[in-house]
Design a protein around this ligand. Structure first.
Ligand code: NAD
Ligand code: DAU
Length: 339
């Protein structure tokens, strides 16, 4: 079995590669990643030592290079993680989001049609459903919730989802889609809430909370996401959408306070800054379908997962220090100074 994973030098894709190399020692694992600012080859250092793993520095929008890889490697399963993934960047510059997230998805699916695969899996997001009101804790996103996006990022992901569904219906492409809530864990890029707060707190820097910090996200440990995708690609039904989430809703401010407490840092580091434009209020996934149909349940409790994650950042400064010392400095300055 040959599994081609795009975006494997990023946060979730790399965790998925390590999960697969361990669980399926006989599978050949291919990673296609163009190494944007969010992709790090150092993340895949251990994978590179495995004889069943191969890395291709290739853009998913590069049709001829992608076709060459399919022609030579003949993957059975394709899991498309590659994307521009940060909402704040999409608000600054939507174009690259449309290119990678929509056109890139099309190129990958065209390659699948041309060379034949048993399953194409699109890694999507709960953000395609928009947001839920904070005063209606009884409401959750189900697979039937209408698509209703807020940011250029979520709109590009929703467009890709619709394209996948059209390829399934029109061309019979064997395809599945998963829509997961917010992930956290090792190798999470420092621009995102949890790693940003851990790293800033470790460096005694201000902790910039958007608005009043009352927005709610539904956090899932990254390995639980990987396990869900594993089940979907092996046992899920072609043409179906599966929501993934562990009923773990938390306000941003509570997460930041928890990080301060764990690291023994004062809450006076917390700085309330201007809100994100169009900021989604609450995400909350109903995972009934994947639980009932595929037997998926989240295994890592938030209290354990967040400790493991904070410890990982304490012990892996050699991973994040070069990131925050490079181009990221300019990004941070642009996004946070005078905010
Ligand atoms: P990430 O930003 O950490 O990683 C994205 C990876 O894709 C990077 O390695 C980058 O180099 C690569 N990439 C970007 N453009 C590319 C291109 N044109 N060609 C080839 N490679 C390219 O993202 P992530 O957080 O790991 O998210 C992975 C996927 O999961 C995305 O599709 C995202 O929409 C989805 N998702 C993320 C979350 C989350 O909480 N992080 C939750 C649900 C769904
Ligand atoms: O829900 C799934 C989505 O989760 C994925 O599709 C996205 O790829 C992923 O980036 C994530 O999107 P969010 O916008 O929810 O994640 P982010 O870490 O950027 O922000 C989480 C919350 O924290 C959000 O309400 C904004 C807030 N925030 C974020 C940053 C970076 C702050 O208050 N301060 C910050 O500095």
């Amino acid at each position: 079995m040959t599994v081609l994973i795009t975006g494997g030098a990023g946060f979730i894709g790399s965790n998925f590669i390590y999960y697969f190399l361990k669980k399926y020692p006989d599978y050949k694992i291919l990673c296609v990643d163009s190494l944007t600012y969010a992709g790090n080859l150092s993340t895949l250092e251990q994978a590179m030592k495995n004889k069943n793993f191969r890395f291709f520095k290739t853009d998913i929008c590069d049709r001829s290079e992608i076709y060459k890889i399919f022609e030579n490697e003949k993957p059975d399963i394709v899991v498309n993680f590659a994307a521009e993934s940060h909402v704040d960047r999409s608000i600054e510059n939507p174009e690259i989001f449309l290119k990678t997230n929509i056109f890139g998805t099309q190129v990958m699916m065209d390659a699948c049609r041309k060379y034949g695969i048993t399953r194409y899996h699109q890694v999507s997001t709960d953000e395609v459903y928009g947001d839920l009101p904070i005063d209606r804790p009884d409401l959750f996103f189900t697979e039937e919730t209408p698509i209703h996006t807020s940011s250029p990022y979520s709109s590009s992901k929703a467009a890709a989802d619709l394209l996948v569904q059209s390829y399934h219906r029109t061309y019979g492409l064997p395809a599945t889609i998963s829509r997961c809530s917010n992930n956290y864990g090792p190798y999470h890029f420092p621009e995102k809430l949890i790693p940003l707060m851990i790293i800033n707190a470790l460096n005694n820097k201000p902790l910039p909370v958007y608005g009043k910090g009352l927005n709610i996200r539904d956090w899932l440990y990254v390995e639980d996401h990987c396990k869900a995708i594993d089940l979907i690609i092996h046992k899920g039904k072609s043409g179906e959408v599966y929501n993934i989430g562990g009923h773990n809703e938390m306000k941003n401010i509570d997460i930041v306070k928890l990080i301060c407490k764990y690291l023994g840092k004062p809450e006076s580091l917390i700085t309330f800054v201007a809100d994100r434009k169009g900021h989604d209020m609450r995400y909350a996934i109903d995972p009934t379908k994947i639980r009932n149909q595929l037997g998926w349940i989240p295994e890592t409790k938030f209290s354990d997962g967040i400790k493991k994650t904070i410890e990982w950042y304490i012990n892996n400064e050699k991973w994040w220090y070069p990131i925050i010392s490079g181009e990221y400095k300019n990004y941070y300055e642009k996004m946070y100074s005078n905010r």
